[in-house]
Design a protein around this ligand. Structure first.
Ligand code: ADP
Length: 329
């Protein structure tokens, strides 16, 4: 429970939430999806929520990518799924919601690009294979350290989702921050029509136990879970090609069974993948024959199959796509 004086900006929230006994501000409430008061849905009548719906109206599939813990490869997996989809000719936008640890721009080699604004709204940065990116990493300088407080986080989420010129896109992949608190809840609130969440975990029980919470949050939000990906599933030795299960094996499958959702597949640990992310090389494109890239494509097949899309790969000429992106710089 918290109280504060209402500013002009808050007035519409007050009007909507005046009947609540708990005194909470629904929109910024971490317990939003726990609350069983139907009045909480009134937040969707707010101007900014409506604006977000409008801005996202031409985006076909919105897919948040979650994982309980940091460092399990959520951003890497989001970037690689985005690249794999773009290689098939899909129009992809990646929204980097990890404000504290925005690393999608670095992984896609576009850290130097700056996001711009026109009178109609924010313009995403263009990355490899025509992927559009929205990230704090393309707004703040690398050396900037911002202390993000609750309302700032909410405000930034609203800005990204309500005031961006998304345009006509096939996929919006949202790289959620680790955990199940305000940033994640804020974002999910804005995506009530998401196609489904993808949950990333490494095989260990420690990671899997926390990823379970992300899956539970999706269930509470009434959001479909497209499935679980087990990342860092075995290390492929560069010298001998042998595989070692450093973080164990099977945790992703176990989690999928536990929450009764599809298991989407395993992505192995591959040192080239780490290096590619560090150098901004689009891994799935540059190392198309690697086991990790093949795994990413199998996962995409399973996701598309669930979305009812045609799983036949489009014969997109990726070189032409990259060239087109280059000329637009
Ligand atoms: P998260 O977004 O969950 O915090 P990241 O995607 O930033 O995690 O990944 C953490 C680190 O692990 C990065 O350096 C990334 O390059 C590396 N990484 C992720 N997945 C793999 C993988 N399958 N093989 C090798 N390195 C990986």
């Amino acid at each position: 429970m918290r109280e504060r004086r209402a500013s002009a900006v808050d007035r519409d929230i007050l009007q909507l939430n005046v009947d609540f006994n708990c005194g909470r501000w629904c929109e910024s409430c971490e317990k939003f999806f726990d609350c069983d008061d139907p009045k909480r849905f009134m937040i969707y009548e707010r101007r900014r929520m409506q604006k977000a719906r409008e801005a996202l109206s031409q985006v076909k599939y919105k897919i948040p990518v979650a994982g309980g813990k940091g460092g399990v490869g959520k951003s890497t997996t989001t970037a690689n799924l985005g690249m794999g989809l773009a290689m098939r000719g899909h129009k992809v936008t990646i929204l980097d919601q990890d404000f504290d640890g925005a690393c999608i721009p670095k992984m896609l080699g576009i850290l130097e690009k700056r996001m711009e604004m026109c009178p109609q709204g924010l313009l995403p940065v263009e990355g490899p294979l025509g992927i559009h990116v929205l990230s704090m990493g393309n707004i703040l300088k690398n050396e900037d350290v911002l202390t993000w407080f609750h309302d700032m986080r909410r405000g930034a989420t609203e800005e990204f989702l309500s005031h961006t010129l998304f345009g006509k896109r096939d996929f919006l992949l949202v790289d959620l921050p680790p955990g199940t608190s305000s940033d994640t809840v804020n974002t999910l609130q804005f995506l009530p029509d998401a196609a489904g969440m993808v949950v990333v975990t490494i095989p260990s029980q420690v990671s899997q136990g926390i990823a379970y919470k992300a899956a539970m949050l999706a269930k509470k939000a009434g959001m479909r879970i497209l499935g679980v990906i087990e990342n860092m599933s075995g290390y492929i030795c560069e010298a001998c090609g042998g595989i070692e299960y450093i973080f164990q094996k099977g945790g992703g499958e176990f989690l999928a069974e536990e929450v009764d959702v599809p298991f989407l597949g395993r992505i192995p640990l591959d040192a080239r993948l780490t290096r590619a992310a560090d150098h901004g090389t689009p891994f799935v494109h540059a190392f198309a024959e690697s086991e990790a890239s093949k795994a990413v494509h199998q996962i995409i097949d399973r996701i598309l199959a669930q979305l009812g899309d045609n799983i036949q790969r489009r014969n997109a000429d990726t070189a032409a796509l990259a060239e087109e992106a280059e000329t637009r710089k």
